[in-house]
Design a protein around this ligand. Structure first.
Ligand code: ZN
Ligand code: ZN
Length: 497
């Protein structure tokens, strides 16, 4: 092994170890940190983040990359590492440091202004900050570079290789089919009964329920743990340590269960990334969208399926005896209610993508200067009416609900939708290749699906870009038809259409 390659790898391991410490501090901050510890912790996190950033943009790393990019004797894995690390390096370096610092300060102010504006449902007070964030993002897009659409340069950070043009193509059939289908369901379908799910469900019991589900789907508790938090997340601190957090609502046993299964899907992905990729720049999901495809698949396609409830209804009845009177079919129906609603994070799997389409159309217009930030509330409400048939009573339940734009995160939203679409496409392929997949679910055996995902997705980490990975796994380009079929079939049956 040449000197440069080993120095390069050593440099990445240093970044990796610092990142691991940072993850642990973040995890602790959001789960166990006592109230009075927060201000000192914020300083430590700030310091560590700065050290990591400096190592990630150092001239030293630039020299290694430059030399390694020229070499033709690297292994496939090393080449992938150089490609992925080099791409991020160039993005970081593209923005002049002064401009980035100015942006970081403006972003902190913007996020604070957004919190206040949302609490007071006062869009006008947030508008000047939002305008600044749009302006910075447009300038960044110019620095990053793009061939067709400045928005492409922003998506790149979350979904390498995805473009606005391709997104439009993916979205078109969804838009045509989904909105009318939802209307059809709500107007003519029979809404499932949910009365029997009401009650009080102590958090400790819910934790046991989540634990049983996570164990069943293959989450390795000797390489992770389950804690509670306000906004659930999954965090990886390093080899053999992938932690899940969840949230339990005392009047709803399913919210916590599905939050655990969602995070469990992310965690299964991270637990499946081989040790050889640790600290090489490749030890993460291929993209936000691919990561989300794993969480959505375990949460919805597995956890909200009838076979899952054939297996799990005796378990929930053991933990909460009130469910003993309900059949697996009844529980299955109750956890699959469709309701056009105002808030994205509370949306069911059928209406969710419409929330994303609306955001995509607005932010793409903002970045291209076709839409002015001041017109957002009106455009938002019009789109809600058109797509979902509901109109927010105020901006707190409309345009102000998400944190992303306040932090200048334009181009992130499509990943959520792609996660749903990729999940459906992968799941269809898995079912085709494993004919008894769902019969096995009904017996509580989820290992065939997990092995399939390990083989097709997890073991590659970031070696492939998302679209290539999906093509390798399914033999096809991203195709929203799989999601449409899945949803139409499942919900037509549930709603008796
Ligand atoms: Zn994740
Ligand atoms: Zn997620």
């Amino acid at each position: 092994m040449s000197d440069t390659l080993s120095l390069y790898k050593k440099h990445l391991r240093e970044i990796g170890k610092l990142n691991s410490s940072l993850s642990l501090l973040h995890w602790d901050q959001r789960t166990h940190l006592p109230e009075k510890g927060h201000s000192a912790r914020a300083e430590v996190i700030g310091k560590l983040s700065k050290m990591i950033f400096e190592l990630s943009i150092s001239d030293e790393l630039g020299r290694y990359l430059e030399e390694l990019e020229e070499r033709d004797d690297l292994s496939e894995r090393d080449r992938a590492s150089v490609r992925v690390v080099g791409r991020e390096y160039r993005r970081y370096r593209a923005i002049p440091p002064d401009l980035f610092e100015e942006f970081s300060i403006a972003r902190a102010e913007s996020e604070t202004a957004w919190e206040k504006a949302r609490a007071a449902s006062d869009f006008a007070s947030f508008l000047p900050h939002l305008e600044k964030m749009v302006d910075y993002s447009r300038r960044f897009a110019e620095y990053f570079g793009y061939s067709e659409n400045p928005y492409d340069a922003l998506i790149e950070e979350y979904e390498p290789g995805m473009t606005t043009a391709q997104l439009r193509e993916i979205i078109a059939p969804l838009k045509d089919k989904l909105a009318p289908f939802i209307k059809h369901l709500v107007d003519e379908g029979t809404r499932p009964h949910t009365e029997f799910t009401r009650g009080k469900f102590p958090a400790e019991k819910q934790r046991e329920l989540s634990r049983r589900a996570l164990e069943a789907i293959g989450y390795d508790f000797t390489a992770g743990r389950l804690d509670t938090t306000v906004h659930p997340f999954t965090i990886t601190t390093g080899p053999g340590d992938v932690r899940i957090t969840t949230r339990f609502l005392e009047d709803d046993p399913f919210s916590g269960l599905y939050s655990s299964m969602h995070e469990g899907g992310h965690a299964l992905y991270d637990q499946g990334i081989p040790d050889e990729l640790r600290w090489t720049g490749l030890d993460d999901g291929a993209s936000m969208g691919i990561h989300e495809s794993q969480s959505r698949m375990w949460e919805n396609m597995v956890g909200r399926s009838l076979p899952f409830w054939r297996f799990f209804s005796p378990i929930i009845s053991e933990v909460f005896p009130q469910f003993a009177a309900a059949s697996p079919e009844e529980i299955y129906r109750a956890v699959n209610v469709v309701e056009p609603s105002l808030i994205r994070v509370e949306a069911d799997e059928v209406t969710y993508n419409l929330h994303i389409m609306l955001r995509f159309e607005l932010e793409e217009g903002l970045i291209n200067g076709r839409i002015a930030a001041k017109d957002l509330p009106e455009l938002w409400n019009e789109a809600m009416e058109r797509y979902l048939g509901v109109v927010p009573p105020d901006d707190a339940h409309g345009v102000l609900q998400d944190v992303h734009w306040s932090g200048g995160m334009f181009g992130y939203f499509p990943s959520y939708m792609l996660g749903n679409l990729y999940a459906a496409q992968l799941f269809a392929k898995a079912k085709q290749e494993i004919p008894d997949l769902e019969e096995r679910f009904a017996k509580g055996d989820f290992s065939p699906l997990l092995s399939w995902l390990r083989d097709k997705i997890h073991r590659y980490g970031r070696i492939y870009d998302p679209i290539d990975l999906l093509k390798e796994a399914t033999g096809e380009e991203p195709d929203s038809g799989y999601f449409i079929n899945y949803v139409v079939q499942k919900y037509s049956e549930i709603y008796g259409l």
